[in-house]
Design a protein around this ligand. Sequence first.
Ligand code: HSE
Length: 424
Amino acid sequence: MKDHLRIGILGLGVVGSGTIQVLAAQRAKIKEQTGMNVSIVKALIRPAEDKKQFADEHGIELTSELADIVEDATLDVVIELIGKVHPAKEFIAQALKNGKHVVTANKDLIAQHGVELVEIAKENNVSLFYEASVAGGIPILRTLTTNYLADEITNIRGIVNGTTNYMLTKMLENGTSYEEALAQAQALGFAESDPTNDVDGIDAAYKMVILTQFAYGMDVALSDLEIQGIRGLSDKDVLQAQKFGYEIKLIGESVKADETISVSVGPALVPKTHPLASIKNEFNGVFINSTGIDQSMFYGPGAGSLPTATSVISDVAAIAKNISLGIDAPQFNEYRRPLQLTAPEANYAKYYFAVTTSADFTADALTALLANEKVQINELAQEIGETNRFMVITESINRLQLAAVEAAIAKQGTLERRMRVMEA
Ligand code: HSE
């Protein structure tokens, strides 16, 4: 019987080197629990990279040739940690076709091409696991496929990007500038190599696509999501949200209503009393409403070397266990339902608007403008001066009402920011 799992790893960056360390620390326990000796024996690096000392310390052979790993018949598993879609997609496809199980942390790739890669894995009777792709160190995906089998999820709301949560925390608590906060998140290894996807909400959107698939079995495309980032978020809105009793967080929402779903990412007003409001720095939180458990929250580091690497090695351990139990290469998630998106008239939320107008436009005029669209204002604050700035929170409205309100506001002033407001 097979008792040794040999692994090749693609990439020895922040998470790659952490993965080597985590396996070194946990190898004995994994052997005890799975009966398998697990070792990472080869690593793919770029030709210019100097990883010799690290590799020697861990008994790893270095190569810059993909074929040395994906065509090595003695390797059972390939861990992909180079990130982004290309060439990671081709590398993974080749590894799967050559009969290797694959573990990846690549959310960009799984969110956009996961369905296709899972098909290749199935055809080749190997597993494709990606626990680390969502919320770093939080074991959320496998939990959804196991414990939530007995439950029905009605919505998932989460802080799933560590970089932006770190930035928002530092900007609010220390008065750090946007640029400085981003530089710190990059220096700490939380941000993507190009942080555009972090600050523009794309990274969080990838994770919400994956969470949605696990929660409802529906394959939602990135183009089905409304996505906003934190770029250009004004201090005025952060402070006014505080006065209204909220924290601003970059929130991903995946909400089910009558067998339809709506998924979005954007800065949102989170009531200070809500558990997600207390999540600071690079930490992530995934808050689930379901018919059985009711409310649950999963909290932990959403980025960083060792937390993410721990999720990677947990996938490796799952593969080792499956092999030792003689279980035939299962896929991560077999739950599939046809995608049904919530119609605009059924998609309800409360909204925060920041509107600037000329000095002669009054709060009463704004209230009347929204009333004309049959939308009531629940909260209103104003800064009166050479121009006026109004900050309001509406009652719960649907997307058609939202579009009508935005069009009406645009005739009288400038809509500077619109954000969803979470229920308590
Ligand atoms: N840049 C990502 C984040 C890394 O900040 O959450 C983890 O996916």
